[in-house]
Design a protein around this ligand. Sequence first.
Ligand code: C5P
Length: 404
Amino acid sequence: MAAVSLAGRRVLLIVSGGIAAYKALELVRLLRRDGCAVTSVLTAGGARFVTALSLQALTEAPVHSEIFSLTEESEMGHIQLSRAADLVVVAPASADILAKMAAGLADDLASTLLLATDKPVLVAPAMNVRMWQHAATRANMALLAARGVAVAGPEDGAMACNEYGPGRLAEPPAILAAIAALLAPAPRPLAGRHVLVTSGPTLEPIDPVRYLANRSSGRQGHAIAAALAALGARVTLVSGPVAIADPPGVELRRVETAAAMLAACETALPADAAVCAAAVADWRVAATAGHKLKKVPGGAPPALALVPNPDILATLAAPGPRRPRLVIGFAAETEDVVAHAADKRRRKGCDWIVANDVSEAGGAMGGRENEVHLLTDAGIEHWPRAAKEEVARRLAARIAAALT
Ligand code: C5P
């Protein structure tokens, strides 16, 4: 029995040509045993090795093979066929069908469905070892992997053509395990929780055209929002102006100034946790000019009087009935990173601080990677340099553990 129940799940199985096609029948048997519905498509090559009748008997469903079939179109449009499944599996996947997928060809039913699908795709390649090792197949596989196509196998072994090496179709139980992993519902430990995240810089206007700002890209805060949403949290992301894409699955509130960011955060409460990753300007101009400040020939430049901005993190972390259970701040430091961060944790009253060194140009501030220390009641952890998305996933997992 597969570790994950496949009951109620639907696989569209494309059987392409090759001596290993007979193993597709065993795969169908295993999928059906685990409660998975299977619709199959047999390519012209596949039909030389297994019969539509065998597939039909095992899947207990009609087998599709014609692209221009009046009966099939009237029963279920081809595009629909590729979308009615939870997962499209190509097993065996011949060098030919992999090349078609890489090139985006759609000259038969199988390749058309693969081009039209909006579902995840798993391929289980099977071919002669030299075909597998050919630069063309290598390039096609790299392209498919980059597009997110999952791969099971191939395995090393003796081949029907008396050669030895990689190219043998993965065994059906291994393909079944890969299918189960792809169909497994993602864990949602933060389902039902609300997390507030701040991200990006704030802009503090000087006059209608000028402002004070900083180099924050919003990448780390946005990645944290996305990682929390991926764990099932309802996420309110309050972001200053950034040039990066909106993270999927979050409620985005765009703001400019620190004052607007604080107001948006307070409106978003209550929250189970707050992650303040925004680089909030410490000061704003005391009196924003209502008109563009003029350069007076020979005159002195205007003196900008600054006043402190509200501290959003400290405000959210202040004791009170609306305080989120877990409040996390960031500390961007250029020296004595950990000591300053520990001091900040105390001063701001937050539970955790994620500290990073921003002294390096192109480093944490604006860069794509981050190396951080996590300061909690339990002590200090060093997290090695990693993509901001990875740091975000790690932090989201820790938040989930703390809230559950
Ligand atoms: O005091 P400092 O700016 O170094 O503290 C950084 C942390 O405090 C970050 O989590 C940042 O989002 C937060 N912060 C804030 N409001 C401010 C200043 C900083 O929320 N006005």
